[in-house]
Design a protein around this ligand. Structure first.
Ligand code: DUC
Ligand code: ZN
Ligand code: ZN
Length: 469
């Protein structure tokens, strides 16, 4: 592999901001200095551009089964989409089916991802069947396989939900081993009552997805998850936090010194409940869980990001097409045309996290440039045991780098994105700040609109402890 020299860019990390050259050797950062002679290296001129660490998105679902449905991005298309958006590492999910062991779930998922992944990747294991044998496997998964985070659902009774006893047992098992528990925090049993009532009254349209998942049921489950984790002495990480009241639970716990962490997602920051008033079946595009909330939540989330009550912005990229064709009904929102409960929950987003957070966060003065890098790369890498290999620009780190034009205006659209999804939540939104070039371990994989990467070039990342930040 030839050396690569990136000249004269403005290097921005979670703490730094200066102009320098970066020399890449064998996929890692070899040197950073004011002036590095080109010698035999391939040179990229980065004058006027930011050089930021490749994004780390710790919440994606590529070719993922969710109820009856399957997400419409494969590991190939989804990770290519990630790369075009400046994300060079994802943490996706391996779902333990009932009767299966967590290790089997991981092996099955690795076999799917390995030949296709275009960026680096790891998995959280979703635990659904908390048997003594499953629990016994967890320490080895952490120590030997480098999987230090396990997700459980407090929602979706009868499908994915684990009861409090199961959650507590898993928490106790991983806490002393460097593991962390990720929780989907919503009170699934109560939500099920509301769903059944709505359907019995003939309320089948997508808006009722939002109306049957109240904010305080997210807060209730968040509180419960944090208290269970406190007793089990394990760090806990709430995924896709959306409600102000849930954030208040995190703040309360963190003020008491509890290791409670949370992520939010761009759609909760930029979109509100009014999307469910769109005509016809259009609101189905916005059916994700938790649903979009009122605007007071958006303000609270931005405040949380600013003051580190929220530590990470991930996408929960969980794409389904709006139309039935070309991928069929099971990869389409049309599955729930006559019943909101059957609409596959999720939306595409992996490609737009950086431009949205730069434009709406840094550009609007809500967060600093350093905080932007911290939320999208450094904090996720640290939280999930990938730092300092990933998430920063430093000698010895992987040369996962994004050359980002802070002044370029472009329009987000499904007609130009690289996901298989046939829509985006942000169609027509003009943003300032664009990913120009992306390097994955020193290899140029995105050059403007040109794709230079290859399926299978993404590498599985063994991780160290999670939640010890
Ligand atoms: N939760 C997720 O984290 N992703 C997709 C659907 C869901 O409910
Ligand atoms: Zn979830
Ligand atoms: Zn998800």
């Amino acid at each position: 592999m030839e050396d690569v020299l990136i000249k004269g860019g403005r290097i921005v990390t979670a703490v730094d901001d200066y102009v320098a050259d970066v020399l890449i050797k064998n996929g890692q950062i070899e040197a950073i200095a004011r002036h590095i002679p080109a010698e035999s290296a391939i040179v990229h001129n980065a004058a006027g551009l930011l050089i930021i660490p490749g994004g780390v998105d710790v919440h994606t679902h590529m070719e993922f089964p969710l109820g009856d449905a399957v997400t419409c991005d494969t590991f190939e298309t989804g990770t290519r989409s990630a790369a075009f958006g400046g994300t060079t590492t994802i943490i996706d999910f391996a779902l333990q089916q009932r009767g299966e062991s967590p290790k089997q779930a991981l092996d099955r998922r690795m076999a799917v991802a390995e030949p296709k992944a275009c960026v680096d990747y790891s998995f959280h294991i979703i635990l659904t069947d908390i048997t003594p044998d499953a629990l016994a496997e967890l320490p080895d998964l952490i120590d030997r396989d480098g999987i230090s985070s396990f997700k459980m659902f407090m929602a979706y009774p009868g499908v994915l939900m684990v009861d409090d006893a199961g959650i507590f047992k898993a928490m106790r098992k991983v806490g002393t081993q460097g593991g962390m528990i990720n929780i989907h925090a919503e009170n699934g049993s109560v939500i099920q009552v509301l769903i059944e009532e709505a359907l019995a009254q003939g309320n089948t349209s997508p808006k009722f997805h939002a109306l049957t998942r109240p904010r305080i049921m997210e807060a209730e489950a968040s509180h419960r998850a944090i208290r269970l984790a406190e007793l089990a002495e394990v760090p806990v990480y709430l995924v896709h936090l959306s409600a102000k009241e849930a954030l208040e639970e995190v703040v309360e716990a963190r003020d008491r010194g509890i290791s409670a962490f949370a992520e939010t997602c761009p759609h909760y920051l930029f979109l509100g409940i009014e999307e469910y008033d769109r005509p016809d079946f259009e609101p189905a595009k916005f059916v994700m869980t938790p649903p979009l909330r009122d605007h007071d939540c958006q303000e609270a989330l931005w405040r949380g990001l600013k003051f580190d009550d929220l530590q990470i912005v991930s996408t929960d990229h969980c794409p389904f097409c709006f139309n039935e064709n070309p991928y069929g009904i099971y990869q389409s929102k049309q599955l729930g045309h006559d019943n909101f409960e059957r609409i596959p929950n999720g939306a595409p987003g992996v490609e737009f996290r950086l431009p949205l957070m730069f434009d709406g966060g840094v550009g609007m003065g809500r967060i600093s440039l350093n905080r932007f890098v911290q939320l999208t790369a450094t904090a996720p890498a640290k939280m999930f045991g990938l730092f300092p290999r990933k998430g920063t620009i430093a000698v010895g780190s992987d040369a996962d780098l994004v050359l980002f034009d802070p002044l370029k205006v472009h329009t987000l659209s499904a007609s130009t994105h690289h996901s298989n999804a046939d829509y985006t939540l942000y169609e027509g939104r003009k943003v300032t700040g664009k990913v120009e070039k992306v390097f994955l371990r020193g290899n140029l994989v995105v050059d403007g609109d040109t794709w230079l990467g290859h399926p299978g070039n993404g590498a599985f990342q063994k991780r160290s402890a999670s939640g010890r930040v």
